[in-house]
Write a protein that binds this ligand. Structure first.
Ligand SMILES: O=C(O)[C@@H](CO)OP(=O)(O)O
Ligand SMILES: [Mg+2]
Length: 400
């Protein structure tokens, strides 16, 4: 029933206006699935390779499509193994992780279509658990996502006490709006960055004050606990030649960076800190985790790149206590599931994530529910972000 009979690939726009790959998968019994690849700006050094969309499409048409015809879309491992075999490299540099992930997601959706089950149900099965992820909402940001704004890439609202997905999603939107009010009161103009977060021309220290104030206001209004967290994307701040973290005119040694982050965790009761250190520095990650890992999540994004080998190194060295999961960082849904499984077995929290360049694709909302992830990071406002958040609300509505 789920035998793949056709795959089409095309270039579509992502949220930055760049071309990305969209895949359609058709099955024998008329099942249909569509997936589109997202794209990062602050990409990790060890990510699977994204090729220019037209090159990736040409290579996938030549090497992957013929191999996939006849494979059962319902057998996700078989689909993803065929993609790996067609590519023949470790990092999808032959057909591009963009075509690979688009096909992998489209095949899963085509199978769900044939089976008549929602995607989260097909991927997660009957025993997937009953939890829903807490959305981490980007409300202020800079770094590679907005020039002339904060050095820290993302300030993320974390509505940890929300009684439902829907209330959490609306709380994040309220924090986003409250940030605009606080900035306005301070006379600070703010454009938006790539993910829809405010990108004000203020110092990181001022941004902490603004976000704390906005979170407090909304917390009072909604009556449940809202904390906040960060994606420091520190690999982008780290200068190899200087061997230091560069914040404009200031630099911090690795030891100073660890002290800085540990102090921030305590001062602002941060719930979450992603990539606080360079992607090659497992040791420093381990030191920070040792210091504050009992009261906050230290999450590896560029550090782990959704890769089980890099995650295993982290587990062995005690680096971090959670992992960001981005299917396009590794190329297939099977690989992303493997990373989630290894993480969960070792007590690491999982955070399913969007990219800064996105499409209307909603697969990650389903993936987060299917894998029982503790968190999902997928922005706060903007169509390509609300596509996932609204899907999450619908899933929560449907699943109870
Ligand atoms: O660093 C990140 O976590 C992501 C998403 O927020 O950014 P990018 O997609 O640019 O890597
Ligand atoms: Mg990140």
């Amino acid at each position: 029933m789920t035998r793949i009979t056709g795959i089409s690939l095309r270039r579509v726009l992502d949220s930055r206006g760049n071309p990305t790959v969209e895949a359609d998968v058709l099955t024998e019994s008329g099942g249909f699935g569509r997936g589109a690849a997202p794209s990062g700006a602050s990409t990790g050094e060890y990510e699977a390779i994204e090729l220019p969309a037209n090159e990736s499409i040409a290579a996938a048409r030549e090497h992957a499509v013929p191999r996939l015809e006849g494979v059962y879309a319902g057998d996700q491992r078989a689909v993803d193994n065929a993609l790996r075999a067609a590519d023949g490299t470790d990092d999808f540099s032959a057909i591009g992780a963009n075509s690979a992930v688009a096909i992998s997601m489209a095949a899963a959706k085509a199978a769900a279509d044939v089976l008549g089950a929602p995607l989260y149900q097909h991927l997660g099965g009957a025993f997937r658990g009953e939890n829903f992820p807490i959305p981490l909402g980007n409300v202020v940001g800079g770094g590679e996502h907005a020039k002339e704004a904060t050095h820290i890439q993302e300030f993320l609202a974390a509505p940890v006490g929300a009684p439902s997905v829907s209330e959490a999603v609306f709380a994040n939107a309220a924090v986003h709006a409250a940030v605009a009010d606080v900035l306005d009161e301070r006379g600070v103009p703010a454009a938006k960055g790539d993910e829809g977060a405010w990108a004000p021309p203020i110092s990181d220290a001022d941004a902490f004050e603004v976000v704390e104030e906005a979170v407090d206001r909304v917390e009072e209004e909604v009556g449940f606990e809202i904390r906040f967290g960060l994606d420091m994307a520190a690999a982008e701040l780290y200068d190899d030649d200087e061997g230091a973290y560069v914040y404009g005119d200031e630099t911090k040694s690795t030891g100073e960076q660890i002290d800085y982050v540990a102090d921030l965790v305590d001062e602002y009761d941060l719930a979450y800190v992603e990539d606080p250190l360079d992607e090659n520095d497992y040791e420093a990650f381990a030191e920070l985790t040792d210091r504050v890992g009992d009261r906050t999540l230290i999450c590896g994004d560029d550090l782990f790149v959704t890769n089980v080998e890099r995650l295993q190194d982290g587990i062995d060295t005690g680096a971090a206590n959670s992992i960001l999961i981005k299917p396009n960082q590794i190329g297939t849904l099977s690989d992303a599931f493997d990373a989630v499984e290894l993480a969960s077995r070792n007590g690491y929290e999982t955070v399913i994530s969007h990219r800064s360049g996105e499409t209307e694709d909603t697969t990650i909302a389903h993936l987060a529910v299917a894998t029982d992830a503790g968190f999902i990071k997928t922005g706060t406002v903007g169509g390509e972000r609300t596509a996932k958040l609204n899907e999450l609300v619908r899933i929560a509505d449907d699943a109870v």
